[in-house]
Design a binder for this molecule. Structure first.
Ligand SMILES: [Zn+2]
Length: 501
């Protein structure tokens, strides 16, 4: 009996079998990027992990709606309720529209995610496209007595929320009294907030603020936390199955999301299961611009960063990220990335091996294949055990290597394939192919460029010519012609061109 698919829920601090609210439908929401700069390698982990989650849910025959938002407004420079808008600040410096900044970085982010093998989400909502929904949600929270207006801004009233028997802090295991004790000094006489724990649902825009919309409280813009509550509610409902994000978003962002949803019409925790992926360090240190170990995704792919010894391909990066369980921290090192490259290529070589696993002609399967079948089926089933245990891709990859070792053994001695039934062999190869390609999302990434291979062929062509081996020369010409390439001999050497036929 295979074990059920279980997930760890930050909210309950427990692992439990996954049960959708309305099977076979599953709603998944992942907090997307704030598009004011290029994403760094740490930003790639969540999308890769939740891509595997949605791929696996689909493999399990659920009908998944996967939403990953784009934050293009409302995320302020200090991550709290003060300071300039992150995107607005860049737009002002470059003298362009804020939406130009957002558009450029959104496109770059999506290109990088595609390169990393992340399937496009079903819906990619932008915060700026959902102002009406955010205003409506703010009005609803105010009408329920959990928010107040102050000088054109609207704040969520954390003390009122808790007085109503709710638990602000339950996701991140924080106690309101302790939070208050730690932040009491931060509230000045001029502060618009009644309590330092209150957070903005809507902010009044001052004259300098570029992105602004009319609202019942004057011109302003929505708070960062509100967008995810409003957009997840719109596309997945007031209560949905899985909400994901990095551990750094658990507090205050996700805590505020839960409070907003509870304070609205539905007493739900927004999502049933809250999943958080752990963070990434570089050579054992937290990644930061000031520490000089900040690596963008482009830099990882090009190697143009002094922390890196070389370039790493997108699939190497994906394999590297999946080699760890998503709840464990990951440390980026050259050694680790190089080892990941080897591991990834080993898995790809395994894919090529599968087609060759044929019993040699003239041989028949043995009369009793039960022992070898049982062993092969166990190795294949083990590959699912990791995924079923809280999406443990690290364990699944280790199990795939175990399965591959067995298959390599058969390939080395094809006669031994007689010990196993074709059905068991097919199951094992199908498991390998499906998990590597469809669930882990690892695709073959050619190491050599077509141009380099062509150069190599022309080198052999010239050798044959020098040796006056005209049979070989014609053979190479004909073979290249079939690929749409014509060889051009000239006095200075040899070149190629696309056939114009
Ligand atoms: Zn969010």
């Amino acid at each position: 009996m295979p074990q059920p698919f279980s997930l760890y829920n930050t909210l309950t601090r427990q692992k439990a079998p996954f049960a959708p609210l309305n099977a076979p439908f599953v709603g998944v929401y992942l907090c997307g990027p704030t598009v004011y700069s290029e994403a760094h390698v740490g930003n790639a982990r969540g999308p890769v992990v939740f891509d595997v989650l949605t791929r696996y849910l689909r493999y399990l025959e659920y009908k998944v709606r996967y939403v990953r938002n784009i934050t293009d407004v409302g995320h302020l420079v200090d991550d709290a309720d003060e300071g300039e808008d992150k995107i607005g600040r860049i737009a002002r410096a470059r003298q362009v529209e804020p939406m130009e900044v957002a558009e450029g970085y959104t496109n770059l982010y999506q290109d990088h995610m595609m390169a990393l093998g992340c399937l496009p989400p079903d819906i990619t909502p932008r915060a700026s496209g959902h102002i009406i929904e955010q205003i409506e949600m703010t009005e609803q929270i105010m009408a329920n007595g959990f928010a107040y207006e102050s000088n054109g801004s609207v704040y969520f009233d954390v003390p009122a929320y808790n007085a109503a028997g709710k638990e602000y802090g339950k996701l991140s295991n924080r106690v309101v009294e302790e939070l208050l004790a730690g932040s009491r000094d931060n509230l000045t006489g001029q502060d618009e907030k009644r309590s330092p724990l209150d957070f903005a649902l809507w902010k009044r825009a001052d004259e300098r603020h570029l992105m602004r919309w009319p609202s019942p409280w004057g011109e302003g813009f929505p708070g960062w936390h509100l967008e995810c509550s409003a957009m997840s509610r719109k596309y997945l409902g007031a209560e949905f199955d899985i909400h994901g994000g990095g551990l750094d978003l658990m507090f205050p962002h996700h805590e505020c999301e839960i409070a907003q949803s509870q304070a609205c019409e539905h007493p739900t925790n927004e999502a049933r299961v809250w999943m958080h992926n752990n963070m990434i360090t570089v050579n054992g240190q937290k990644m930061s611009k000031s520490a000089g170990n900040f690596i963008t995704i482009s830099q990882l792919f090009s190697g143009e960063n002094e922390v890196l010894a070389q370039a790493y391909s997108p699939m190497t990066a994906r394999f590297f990220l999946l080699q760890a369980h998503y709840r464990s921290p990951v440390d980026i090192t050259d050694e680790g990335l190089q080892a990941a490259g080897k591991g990834y290529r080993k898995l790809m070589n395994g894919l090529r091996l599968l087609d060759k696993l044929q019993l040699p002609e003239g041989l028949e399967a043995a009369a009793d294949t039960s022992a070898a079948d049982a062993e092969l089926r166990k190795l294949a089933a083990d590959c699912f055990a990791g995924l079923n245990d809280d999406l443990n891709t690290a364990r699944t990859i280790a199990s795939l290597f175990n399965l591959l070792r067995k298959l390599n053994g058969y390939a080395a001695k094809p006669d031994t394939l007689a010990q196993v039934s074709p059905a068991a062999l097919n199951e094992a190869t199908a498991t390998y192919r499906t998990l590597v390609q469809d669930v882990l999302g690892l695709r073959d990434e050619p190491r050599a460029s077509a141009e380099d291979l062509l150069g190599l062929t022309l080198h052999f062509y010239q050798e044959a010519k020098a040796a006056k081996d005209y049979g070989k020369v014609d053979e190479i010409r004909a073979a290249l012609k079939q690929q749409g390439i014509v060889v051009k001999d000239s006095k200075t050497g040899v070149d190629w061109a696309y056939s114009e036929e």
